[in-house]
Design a protein around this ligand. Structure first.
Ligand code: MRU
Length: 348
C-alpha cells in the first residue's frame, strides 16, 4: 500500500502510523484537518514529500467538513485550515508548497461549491499520484550514479515511507537494485528518532537489498577507511544556491565524505527546492522536544541521569560545496548549483 492514501469508502485519509514501525504495521484513518496537522507534528507521517501530500489531503478534509454555502466562504475555510496545517512543521518546504498549490487552484475557481469541494480532493489526489511518478523519475536519473558493487551510506529514511510511494534517495537505491546492480547499504541509525534503524532497515528487509545498521558516529570511520563509495540522502528544503537542509547529522556525514573524497548526492523533488531562499542559513530549523533525545534506554533502564537536559534541532544544513550533485525528477544537477539548480527546476 501507499504510505498515505485517500479512502473513498470512508472519506478519510489513511496512513501508516510510522511511530509504530517496525514492531507493528498499523493504519490510522483521519477525518479532520486538525487530526492531519497533529499526525504531521507527532510524526505519525513524516518525510518531506509525505507531509506535503498529507497536508493537501488535510485541505480535502477541511473542504468536506466546511458548512460553506459558496466558493468564497469555502476558500476562507480552506485558508484557515492551511494556516494550521502549515504551522505543524517548519523545515520541509513541501508542506507550504502543497498547501499553496491547492489554494492557488481554488482561488481561481468559480462554480458550484460542491464541485469545488470535489476539486480540492482531486488536486490532493493529483499531488499524491505525481509524487509517485516523480520518485520513479528521480530513481531513473540517480541510478546512473551508482555502480555495481557500491557500498552506500544512507541517512534517515527517504524510502516509500517518506513519500507517497517509492522514495527519493532510497528510491535511487531501489531502482539501481532493480537494474541488477549489487549494492550494500550502511544505514545510519539516525538519532534521536531512529528513522534509519527503524524505518529504512524495515524497508530494505522487504526489498531484499543487503544492509547493515551503523550508529551515526561510525560513518566517518567507514568513509575514511575506503569501505564506502557513495553517500546518499534526501532533503527537506534546498536553497537556491544548493544548500540542503536535511535530517540532523547530514552535515557531519557530508563533511566526512568530502574529506575522504567520497561523492555526496542529495536526491530531492523540485517541490523541495525553495528558490525564494538565497542560502541555507535562511531555512527555519525545527526544534523538537528534548525528551526525544533523553529517552534512551539500555536493557529497559534509563541511560541519562535524572534532571539531564538536552537540545534537539531536527535538521541541519549541508553547504552546497560539500555536494557532488543534486538529483531531481528533471535530471542530475552539477555545480555551480546557483546557476544550474534554478534551470533544472524551471525545466519541469
Ligand atoms: O523528521 P523527518 O523524519 O520528517 O525527516 C525526514 C528527512 O530528513 C528526510 O531525509 C527528508 O524528508 C527527505 S526524504 C524524502
Amino acid at each position: 500500500m501507499r504510505t498515505l492514501d485517500w479512502d473513498a469508502a470512508t472519506a478519510s485519509l489513511k496512513m501508516i502510523d510510522q511511530r509504530r514501525l517496525p514492531e507493528k504495521l498499523e493504519i490510522v484513518a483521519l477525518t479532520t484537518p486538525a487530526q492531519v496537522a497533529e499526525a504531521i507534528r507527532n510524526m505519525t507521517v513524516r518525510g518531506a514529500p509525505a507531509i506535503g501530500a498529507a497536508a493537501a489531503f488535510g485541505l480535502a478534509l477541511a473542504a468536506q467538513s466546511s458548512p460553506a454555502g459558496d466558493a468564497g466562504a469555502l476558500l476562507l475555510d480552506l485558508e484557515a485550515a492551511a494556516r494550521s496545517l502549515g504551522a505543524s512543521r517548519p523545515t520541509a518546504v513541501n508542506l507550504a508548497w502543497a498547501l499553496g498549490r491547492v489554494l492557488d487552484r481554488m482561488r481561481s475557481y468559480s462554480g458550484p461549491v460542491d464541485e469545488m469541494r470535489a476539486a480540492v480532493l482531486a488536486e490532493a489526489c493529483r499531488i499524491a499520484d505525481e509524487d509517485v511518478a516523480i520518485n520513479k523519475r528521480m530513481g531513473d536519473h540517480g541510478a546512473a550514479l551508482l555502480a555495481d558493487g557500491d557500498t552506500i551510506i544512507h541517512h534517515c529514511n527517504t524510502g516509500a515511507l517518506a513519500v507517497v510511494d517509492w522514495g527519493t534517495a532510497l528510491g535511487v537505491i531501489r531502482t539501481a537494485h532493480a537494474q541488477g546492480k549489487r549494492l550494500h547499504v550502511l544505514v545510519d541509525e539516525t538519532r534521536p528518532r531512529l528513522q534509519g534503524a527503524r524505518l529504512t532497515a524495515w524497508e530494505l528487509e522487504q526489498y531484499g537489498i543487503p544492509y547493515e545498521i551503523i550508529s551515526d558516529d561510525m560513518a566517518g570511520h567507514f568513509l575514511q577507511t575506503g569501505q564506502v563509495q557513495k553517500v546518499l540522502f534526501g532533503g527537506d528544503r534546498v536553497a537556491a544556491n544548493g544548500d540542503v537542509a536535511n535530517k540532523i547529522g547530514t552535515y557531519m556525514l557530508a563533511l566526512a565524505a568530502h574529506d575522504s573524497l567520497i561523492p555526496v548526492y542529495a536526491v530531492v523533488p523540485t517541490s523541495t527546492v525553495d528558490l525564494a531562499l538565497a542560502h541555507g542559513g535562511l531555512i527555519p530549523i525545527e526544534q523538537r522536544d528534548p525528551q526525544e533525545v533523553l529517552d534512551i534506554q539500555l536493557h529497559g533502564e534509563r541511560v541519562v541521569p535524572e534532571g539531564a537536559r538536552a537540545r534537539n534541532p531536527a535538521f541541519d544544513v549541508t553547504p552546497a560545496r560539500l555536494l557532488n550533485a543534486i538529483v531531481t525528477e528533471n535530471g542530475i544537477v552539477y555545480p555551480p548549483f546557483e546557476v544550474n539548480l534554478p534551470k533544472n527546476v524551471h525545466a519541469g
